[in-house]
Design a protein around this ligand. Sequence first.
Ligand SMILES: Cc1ncc(COP(=O)(O)O)c(C=O)c1O
Length: 447
Amino acid sequence: MTDAVPTLDDVLDLLAGHEERAHRTLNLVPSENVLSGLAKVPLVLDSYHRYFFNESGAPDRWTFRGAQGLRDIEMKVTIPLLQRLGKASHVSVRPLSGLNGMTLALGTLGGPPGSTVVTIGPGNGGHYATPSVAARLGLRVEFLTGPTPHDIDWEAATVLLRRVRPTLVYVDQSHCLFPVDVAELVRTVRAASPETVVHVDASHWMGFVLGGVHPNPLDLGADSFGGSTHKTFPGPQKAVLLTNDPGIDARIRETQDYLISSHHLAAVISLGIALLEFAEFGPGYAAAILANTKDFAAALSERGLTLAAADRGYTAGHQLWLDTESDGVPAPLASDRLAAAGLVVNYMEGLPGFPGRGVRIGLNEATYHGLSGVDVPELADVFATAVTGTEPPAALAARTAELRRRWAHDGQRSARHDHLTERAREVVATALPLRYRAAASSFVAAR
Ligand SMILES: Cc1ncc(COP(=O)(O)O)c(C=O)c1O
């Protein structure tokens, strides 16, 4: 493409090209997932344009009334399902993303400027942004650290907590193969600094917690938890905060009004649809991610690739970390080779315990598409061969596309799904014709 600004036709071409590629390739980025077709519907409808503030539905509170007819979806679908699956009496669906949810949690629970928050050190997988967000809110930051990337030193934690008496311990694992032991963390905090609030940012673990295959942080004693709804949970790009503590809920509500105006109602509705679906298949899906990821790790290792944490079973979640550099393949080159084979991965510096760059992958999206145990050896074969660069990428890309085709055909079909697809088509059709185009041409014609 030249330096000229792409035309509307060019933009549609780019979208169509991306869409076509997305259907024949496989995304293995652990921070991403896909939405079901049904859950995408609200994102193209009038719901996308509307503010929604009147949670009570009181007739005299519809100062913004554009979403009046949609209130029940947020209040009777999304929030109750989150309360049920998240085992929490209070839920905020206002955060726009994990980072926005982190800002809301730190802004609410971190205390006044000058207070101290304790979070997970970068060497143990803490999120890169937490210290900076906290510092911008005037908070001091201290880190929990440990003898390995996967363990926290609880004695050192006790000493730190007694010394700094933080307002908040914010658990922010982002590079994570094994979840922090929240029960031990809560015990340690309660003993060393009883006034401290414990919040678990479960962005990467959300699908496991809501699917019931990882313990719920609230059951383990945390005061609140939350995180993104688009990593292991197959939902829209959004985040949520949950608690059983009415005081914490009141503080979150007080703060969120000043950090978030539009909470992207269409995404809240999309989340409601994703939760309705997840309530049916979530536990099976979450368990399948765990099984697939472990099997995939073993299959890659059998094919000669070096993975982190081999001595402890590679992972207890959806992430795997590959040290391709120790296998003689620089991580960016591995990523390029994999992309040519139709496999999209995430490479980076700073993976805990890695001297150089590493490749981070996740099986959450592949499992959503239909990856099952019988496909793991084939996918591992394509992956390992691509990294070593020993076969033409086009042949590997064809094998990846074949896996995608197989899963599309194996997809569960029933009269109920056909009926829902037909209804969704009818609803989406009401958003057509595309009025922006029509309006733009009438302005031009009027001049
Ligand atoms: C613990 C944690 N918090 C926040 C975020 C940011 O989430 P988002 O990208 O949805 O803003 C991430 C993303 O990886 C994360 O792992």
